[in-house]
Structure formats: C-alpha cells, structure tokens
Design a protein around this ligand. Structure first.
Ligand code: AMP
Ligand code: MG
Length: 423
C-alpha cells in the first residue's frame, strides 16, 4: 500500500493547491484497491442483484441446450427449398416444447413445431405459421420467402459450455441474473458488500426533527449521500451530524474507520474553515487536502484513516453530489471490484451559450432532451449555485466542460454525464 506522499511524488505536475480533475482521478486510481478476495461470498441468485462477480461465471452447458424453433410453425429440411416455385409438404406430427419429437421425417414431409421445441432430427428451418397455406395435412410454403436456418435457434448461440458467460468484475444487473440462472447455476461467487460510513459536520447543520434556528440549515448532504450509496448497493453506517467538537469528531472518525471500508464526510474542508474537522483528519489519518480546479466542489480531502479510505467532501450540497459522482462513485465501484466503473459520457448539442474559463473542469446541471429532428440537445437547469440542490432535481445529467475547454456557443456539442438511475 503506497503512502499519499509516494502517490503524489509519482504524479507529474501534482499540485494540491490547483489539482486538475484528471490528476484527482489518477491519484485515486493509485489509492484505491479492490476488496480482498478472502471476503468473497457464494450467494443464491435471488440475493445477488447488484453485487459484483468475484470470478467468471463459467457455463456448464450450452444455452440453448439444443437447436430449437424460434416460432410456431412447420420445421422442414431446407434442401427442398427452391426459389422459383412453392414447396408442398405433408405434416407428419407435432413437436411440442419440453420433449424431443420421436419420429423421423422423410422427403416431402414436415413437422408442426412450437416455439422452443427441439428441432426434429434432420430439419433445419422453420416456416412460420402465418407464412404458409394449410389444407388438411398439407402445407404450402411460398417461394423466395425463407432461407436455410430461418427461425431456428442454434444450440449454444447464446452461451457456449465451458466459456465465461459473465466475467469477474461485472455487476449483476437483472439481465445478468437471468443469464446466470439460464446456465442452471444456483449460486454465484460475488464480492461482499462495501461498508461505507458517513456523517455531516458543522455547528450550523440541523438534523431532521430539530427546531429551525437562525443561521442554521437542515442537513441535506446525509440524505443525498445515503441515496447515492444505496443505489450502489453499499452497506451504510449513518453517523448523523457531528458538531464542531474535537472529542465528538474524534469518536465519529474512529468509529467510522473501525467499522467501514470507506468514510465520507461533508463540510469543514475548505481553506477558511476554523473548525476541527481538518485537524482531526490530519491527526487520525494520512490525508491530503486539495483545492481542485473544478466547479462546483473545489475543496476536498482524501486519504486513509486506519485501513479505511476517507473522502472529505465539501459542504455545499451540489458540490457534494458532483464530487461524489465524479470521484467517489468510481472509487467505491473499484473497491467493490467493478472493472468498468465509469459510464460513457454522452454528447448533446448545447442550446445556450455557456461561459467557461479554461484551466478548470465545470459540471453544470443539464437537462437532456430530443429536439424535433430526434437529436439530443441539452440546456442548463436554472441557478447553477453550488448550494442550489433543485438544479440537480430538475436535471438528468451533468454537462462536463473539460479542463482546457473555453466558452460554449449555442449549438456546440458538449459532453454529458447522465445520472438517470444513479442519483
Ligand atoms: P463548509 O464546506 O463546511 O464551509 O460548508 C459550505 C456550505 O455548505 C455552508 O453554507 C454550509 O452551511 C453548507 N453545508 C455544509 N454541510 C451541509 C449539510 N450537511 N447540509 C446542507 N448544507 C451544508
Ligand atoms: Mg463548515
């Protein structure tokens, strides 16, 4: 495990007083290691939703296990197809899903077949019911409408036996769960859930239920952080609001670090802070205090307390969510064992002019829609102040204006980090 100084020394151009977003990501990449495989768990499929696969899920079988029909219709041998004239076939039986049809089929014959039924021996093509003419026990297949292999699913076309159906590091989505179940595997090996402790700091922060008082604001950060962590499937330890008191801060940090893999705090890390939060982080851990070249979210503390990773986020509610999405989420996903933690950015035409200074990364709250031509466009959502949480509620993504990027003109293409399903 590298110390923060060692990580910093190896990063070219590292300047904690003006750290670029790419530098932060490179730093975190060095700091963060995935959970140990000693804690991997074998879980029944119904309990594994959202977990990260600890090792490849190797298929014991071909899926589907045999060639079968994709349609209700008539199975026949395509060798008899001719493009110039219709094909007349006699129906000699019915193949139902769930069991092999026991008969044999001669030339000029076909078998009525249901979706999912095993293709009878020697037959490779299915004429859908709606395509053929049926008279008594004879069907007529019109010319030029079918090719060999049509409407037949091949054995193993979804997954081959002995191959990895899913690879380690994939999160188990509903589709992935279904896929694993289709292999007949009753359990999967997954990473354990990540334990994350979080608390808000500041004497002015009220907990819900406390009466309002002058100069005080209700805690919103704990609820956005809770929601973001819950979406990721983390185990959460809520340590409440911790006032600016050294003894209380020490005990909160100590408990958090003892119980959790990661600790997230908000507030108390900016330069002007007269409080004890930074002092306590410094005393108890190995922590770097940064001014990041970004907006919102300039001040941030990152490091370790004991074996926990610490993210000291800024206090402003939008800054908390932005730094979480930009840095904390990918870092936690890496800890959880995910191999592809960052979703791809989307591109949209910006409908308005945006002022942007080169030399910092800006995250504006955006609303992506489709214009009349079906092309994605994005506008900003109102007041972009770092305390204006409603801008996050109205938007569906963050417009990412990169470090070197300057002003945006109406119609310019911009990158957007969508947060549907994430926040
Ligand atoms: P700080 O980084 O501690 O200087 O906080 C910056 C701003 O964010 C101040 O206006 C704080 O009142 C506000 N703030 C800090 N923590 C919270 C919180 N948990 N919920 C809502 N606002 C907060
Ligand atoms: Mg404060």
């Amino acid at each position: 495990m590298k110390s923060l100084d060692e990580i910093a020394a190896a990063l070219q151009g590292y300047d904690p007083q003006a750290l670029s977003v790419p530098h932060v990501l490179a730093f975190l990449d060095q700091l963060i290691t995935p959970l140990s495989s000693q804690d991997d768990q074998e879980l029944p499929i119904p309990q594994a939703l959202g977990r990260v696969l600890a090792c490849d899920a190797i298929s014991p079988v071909d899926v589907p296990p045999h060639d079968n029909s994709a349609m209700d219709g008539f199975a026949f041998d395509a060798a008899a197809l001719a493009s110039s004239h219709a094909l007349r076939l006699r129906v000699v039986g019915t193949a139902l899903a769930g069991a092999a049809w026991p008969g044999t089929v001669g030339s000029g014959e076909c078998v009525r077949i249901m979706t999912g039924a095993i293709m009878p021996q020697g037959l490779d093509t299915v004429a859908p019911q709606e395509l053929v003419q049926i008279e008594g026990d004879t069907i007529t297949v019109p010319p030029g409408r079918l090719r060999a292999g049509d409407n037949r699913r091949l054995r193993g076309e979804d997954i081959r036996a002995a191959r990895a159906a899913l690879t380690a590091g994939q999160r188990l989505t509903p589709a992935a769960l279904g896929l694993v179940a289709s292999l007949g595997l009753p359990t999967v090996r997954v990473k354990r859930r990540l334990r994350v402790a979080y608390f808000s700091t500041g004497n002015e922060i009220l907990s819900l239920g406390q009466p309002p008082r002058e100069g005080a604001v209700y805690d919103s950060n704990r609820y956005t952080v809770m929601g973001l962590l819950d979406r990721m499937g983390c185990e959460m330890i809520d340590l409440g609001v911790v006032p600016d008191d050294p003894a209380l801060l020490r005990s909160a940090f100590t408990q958090a670090a003892n119980e959790a893999d990661a600790v997230i705090t908000s507030g108390g890390v900016s330069v002007g802070e007269a409080d004890y939060t930074k002092a306590m982080m410094r005393e108890l851990g190995d922590v770097a205090f940064w001014k990041i070249a970004m907006r919102p979210g300039r001040p941030m503390a990152v490091g370790r307390i004991g074996s926990s990773v610490l993210f000291g986020l800024p206090g402003n509610p939008v800054a908390v969510m932005v730094t979480f999405l930009a840095f904390v989420r990918p870092a936690l996903l890496k800890m959880m064992g995910c191999v592809n933690p960052t979703p791809p950015l989307l591109q949209a035409a910006c409908t308005e002019a945006l002022r942007k200074k080169a030399g910092r990364t800006e995250y504006q709250r955006g609303l992506v829609t489709r214009n009349a031509q079906g092309v994605l466009q994005v506008c900003t959502t109102g007041n972009q102040g770092s305390g204006v949480l409603s801008s996050m509620v109205q938007g569906n993504g963050l417009i990412v204006l990169h470090h070197e990027q300057g002003d945006v003109r109406p119609g310019d293409t911009v990158d957007v980090m969508m947060f549907d399903g994430v926040i």
